[in-house]
Design a protein around this ligand. Structure first.
Ligand SMILES: Nc1nc(=O)c2c([nH]1)NC[C@@H]1CN(c3ccc(C(=O)N[C@@H](CCC(=O)O)C(=O)O)cc3)C=[N+]21
Length: 287
């Protein structure tokens, strides 16, 4: 039987350390601040943002959720971001993606100050990651949380074959940069990888990260025996229940370690967001 990588338990551990840092900071008279901007009424986004708000409260992090209507213009959104850039109580800014189609995510990403870019999506931060820089700067929370999950089960990365399925701005691309920085041999498969070729790559993966949004795309015949598998999917099964991109119960029989959905990557994304908010608050404290 495979090791189950319990994201909820690991997130609780990470949050405990974050809480201790918040307590220490409060003794110095400072509270870390996180602003989450949510545009429109996307149902999944509402749930994620609620989870973020709840965790921030639990850890003593000041959090503001700014809910803007679907009809918000690009100008109004940029003005809102600029206001948060200048707000001394705010250490981290997160604009929830996806934005409604009439808004430009790239321009929004570039408007957030790199030193408040808790998501690590700004080109300055993403560029440093691709440079192989090991210094302290924010890194996309989901991929960073996955690195912590891989570490928690002592997954060797150096010289190992890592395959990332999906090339999104928020998961696949930064994920591949982190694995490359950790000296893995990295392959990125995506929507234009022919369906009959995809298994050729995935069967070669010592580490398989799947972030496609396609329910049960990865079946047992597609994985290497003994692999470590991380499922980033937030899909619905035929009964409408939350499930992942990996057929967990079949794949689980073949691999060394695997993360479930729910209770895997999701809680670790939030724990990493909280940790990085405190990282930024400590950085701002020193200025
Ligand atoms: N700028 C930006 N930064 C993000 O970090 C970001 C984003 N946009 N857009 C969407 C994705 C997705 N994401 C999740 C957060 C928590 C759960 C989570 O809490 N999942 C729970 C279950 C949630 C449920 O019950 O539906 C779990 O997996 O156990 C999932 C997904 C953050 N994202």
């Amino acid at each position: 039987m495979a090791i189950k990588i319990d994201g909820t338990a690991l997130a609780n551990q990470v949050n405990e350390t974050t809480l201790n840092r918040v307590v220490e900071m409060s003794k110095r008279g400072r509270v870390p601040g996180l602003a989450v901007v949510l545009v429109g009424n996307d149902h999944a986004s509402q749930i994620y943002v609620q989870n973020k708000e709840r965790t921030a409260k639990k850890l003593g992090i000041h959090s503001e959720v700014i809910r803007l209507p679907e009809s918000t213009t690009q100008r109004e959104l940029l003005d809102q971001v600029n206001e948060l850039n200048m707000a001394p109580a705010i250490d981290g800014i997160l604009v929830q993606f996806p934005l409604p189609a009439h808004l430009d995510e790239v321009e929004v990403t570039r408007t957030i100050l790199p030193e408040k870019d808790v998501d690590g999506f700004h080109p300055d931060n993403l560029g440093r990651l691709f440079e192989g820089d090991h210094g302290s700067f924010p890194v996309a929370c989901t991929p960073q949380g996955i690195m912590t999950m891989l570490e928690s089960v002592k997954t060797p990365l150096k010289g190992q074959n890592a395959v990332v399925v999906g090339r999104s701005k928020i998961v696949g691309r930064p994920m591949s940069a982190l694995l490359l920085r950790a000296d893995a041999t990295v392959t990125i498969a995506h929507r234009y990888t022919p369906a009959d070729v995809l298994p050729v790559y995935t069967r070669n993966a010592d580490i398989l990260i799947v972030a496609t949004g396609i329910y049960h795309l990865i079946t047992a015949d597609m994985v290497k025996p003994g692999a470590t598998v991380i499922d980033v999917g937030m899909d619905r099964d035929p009964d409408g229940k939350l499930a992942g991109d990996v057929d967990y119960f079949e794949v689980e029989k073949k691999v060394r370690a695997i993360s479930p959905v729910p209770g895997g990557v999701g809680p670790m994304t939030i724990a990493t967001l909280m940790k990085q908010t405190v990282d930024l608050a400590e950085w701002h404290e020193e200025r």
